[in-house]
Design a protein around this ligand. Structure first.
Ligand SMILES: NC(=O)NC(NC(N)=O)C(=O)[O-]
Ligand SMILES: [Zn+2]
Ligand SMILES: [Zn+2]
Length: 454
């Protein structure tokens, strides 16, 4: 704990991720930025350098995780989650930057005034850097440019009910207008891609069984929505579009063709779609409920393949917590329970546990979890890679060590998570935010996250 809270002059180690390879190196840091990289310098020699040099030894040194999909819910639903707890959990999980979703907080981030309220409540509470999504809802078209000018990275919209009344969904016409409005900016429109195709309601199904919920949100709902995005993306050519939390692999051919044809579409999926499956969900285990839902193993294998081929660009948490009573209502009813999974603290080990056995390496994982989300957020010139002039945002972790997820180690506000009791591989040891060692071995230093806003 020699350096906790200190601004480091450098970090060295035998496995530092540089240019897609884990190699021995020393990184020098000044004013929070990487100023020099010495390759093939063994950690032992570098440890003799002057100043505060953190020696990571054999542990992995890579860019801090960048999570572009987190629902912090403050202000308004702070009992669900908050800036302090969400970012603290994130930091312990090796995340150095989070982008907050526009909904579930009250007010939602759909106007400049509402963003101001959010910024005010986030002040001095963030352990990580924090950027913001805006939202597109019916009637807020005039707010989009002002929000972009203030620095939101883009907008999320829903094509089906969002689950909260104050964030209504939009129709194809409204999306069309929004895409017109943001044309010529670098903002991205992100789609919750499910539509209500009217094929799925079965009021007789047993709501305590996961299969009833799954049957109520079939692949077709996602497919139908992604066909709409395909039409709009082709129409608006140069406007960036993004699919959040892709669950159905059936949409991969459409998305692959859009990319092949050169349209600026990006796609994310989440740890739960890649690692959990319906067979493990017993009756009433509503901690597994999310929208779109977790599908079967064959679908999951195809999602991994989508990552391999590059149709899916990135993995982000979609951490969307709520209070215990809403997540596990009295009857433990899947239809009533809040849809959203809590996992922001554990993304790296959840993914590493599976990625390694599927033959993926650490540089690939870092591309999915740091480089690509930073690019989505328009921050690929300062975050997501270890390069000169980049932020010294770094995670140091042990890729061999396993641990069990128990409630006492969960740092987000409400501890319900489907990962409870699971053994994961990959333990975060330390996190460095703009050159400062802010987390080490369960200990935190001062709060030093920045609000990424103009
Ligand atoms: N209102 C929400 O937070 N919804 C979220 N819920 C999920 N994914 O179950 C989401 O991202 O759509
Ligand atoms: Zn969504
Ligand atoms: Zn979400």
């Amino acid at each position: 704990m020699q350096f906790l809270g200190k601004k480091l002059d450098g970090i060295c180690g035998k496995r530092v991720l540089l240019d897609g390879e884990l190699i021995p190196a020393t990184i020098k840091i000044s004013d929070g930025k990487i100023t020099e990289i010495q390759r093939h310098v063994a950690g032992e020699n570098a440890a003799n350098m002057e100043g505060s040099i953190f020696n990571a030894g054999n542990h992995v040194v890579m860019p801090g995780i960048f999570d572009s999909h987190v629902h912090i819910n403050e202000p308004g639903r702070t009992e669900w989650e908050g800036f302090f707890t969400a970012t603290k959990a994130a930091l312990a999980g090796g995340i150095t930057t989070i982008i907050d979703m526009p909904l579930n907080s009250i007010p939602p981030t759909t106007t400049l005034d509402n963003l101001a309220i959010k910024l005010d409540s986030a002040k001095a509470k963030c352990h990580t850097d924090l950027g913001f999504w805006g939202g597109v809802v019916p009637g807020n078209i005039d707010s989009l440019k002002p929000l972009i000018n203030k620095g939101v990275i883009g907008f999320k919209c829903f094509l089906i009910c969002s689950g909260v009344d104050e964030f209504p969904h939009v129709n194809e016409d409204e999306v069309d207008q929004a895409l017109n409005e943001i044309k010529g900016t670098n903002a991205v429109l992100a789609f919750h891609a499910e539509t209500d195709c009217g094929t799925c309601a079965n009021n007789n199904a047993d709501p305590t069984q996961y299969s009833s919920f799954l049957a109520s949100r079939p692949d077709e709902m996602e497919l139908d929505a992604i066909k709409m995005v395909d039409r709009l993306c082709r129409k608006h050519k140069n406007v960036r579009c993004h699919i959040v939390h892709l669950s159905t692999a059936k949409a991969l051919p459409i998305l692959s063709k859009l990319k092949e044809d050169g349209f600026p579409i990006t796609v994310e999926t989440c740890p739960h779609y890649l690692t959990l499956n319906p067979q493990e969900i017993s009756d009433r285990q509503t901690q597994y409920k999310c929208c779109p839902p977790i599908r079967d193993t064959e679908n999951q294998n195809k999602l991994w393949n989508g990552l391999k081929t590059g149709v899916i660009d990135m993995i982000v948490s979609d951490h969307s917590p709520c209070t215990v009573d809403l997540k596990q209502p009295g009857k433990k009813d899947f239809m009533e329970a809040w849809g959203g999974i809590s996992s922001v603290q554990f993304g790296l080990p959840i993914i590493w546990s599976q990625a390694e056995s599927r033959g993926f390496d650490i540089p690939t994982l870092s591309r999915w979890m740091s480089e690509e989300p930073a690019r989505l957020a328009g921050m690929s010139n300062v975050k997501g890679k270890l390069e000169i002039n980049y932020n010294a945002d770094i995670v140091i972790w042990n890729d061999e060590k396993t641990f069990e997820v128990t409630e006492d180690i969960v740092l987000h506000r409400n501890k319900i998570t489907p990962y409870k009791g699971k053994t994961l591989k990959g333990k975060v040891l330390a996190t460095i935010l703009r050159g400062q060692l802010v987390y080490e071995d369960g200990n935190f230093s001062n709060i030093n996250g920045r609000l990424l806003i103009n």
